[in-house]
Unconditional design. Structure first.
Length: 127
């Protein structure tokens, strides 16, 4: 699997520290762990998942303002309801095939993914 994506295509991923060829899954794990180390250094970090931002952008922005403050006085983000025709049902353009799920679940470290707010087999956007 080194240097291959979930479709078996070659990708030129290398470990940022060692230069060793690694899988897409190992690279993602490294990046999430690197972000976790950043949290220890700077303190004010918020993970924002792309699908959450699409579905609840105003709620996410308000939560960030509430947590970290704002440069503006009395900041209140206006209410917004996303247009359902532009929100996907799945977090990817298409649902994963059984084969793709098998490859992902045998290579992804879900405990590390949980640090960034992702859960095993939770690929669908709530209604």
């Amino acid at each position: 699997m080194a240097g291959l994506d979930i479709h078996g295509r070659e990708i030129p991923d290398t470990h940022p520290d060692t230069g060793e060829r690694i899988t897409l899954f190992e690279l993602r794990k490294f990046k999430i762990q690197r972000w976790e180390n950043l949290v220890k250094l700077v303190g004010n970090v918020a993970y924002v998942n792309y699908q959450d931002l699409l579905l609840s952008s105003i709620k996410i922005i308000q939560r960030i303002v509430d947590e970290f403050g704002s440069w503006f006085d009395d900041t209140k983000v206006p209410e917004h309801v996303p247009d359902k025709k532009y929100v996907r049902k799945c977090i990817t353009p298409e649902p994963f095939s059984d084969n793709e799920l098998t490859v992902m679940n045998s290579n992804i470290d879900w405990s590390v993914e949980a640090l960034a707010g992702y859960e095993r087999n939770n690929f669908f956007v709530p209604e």
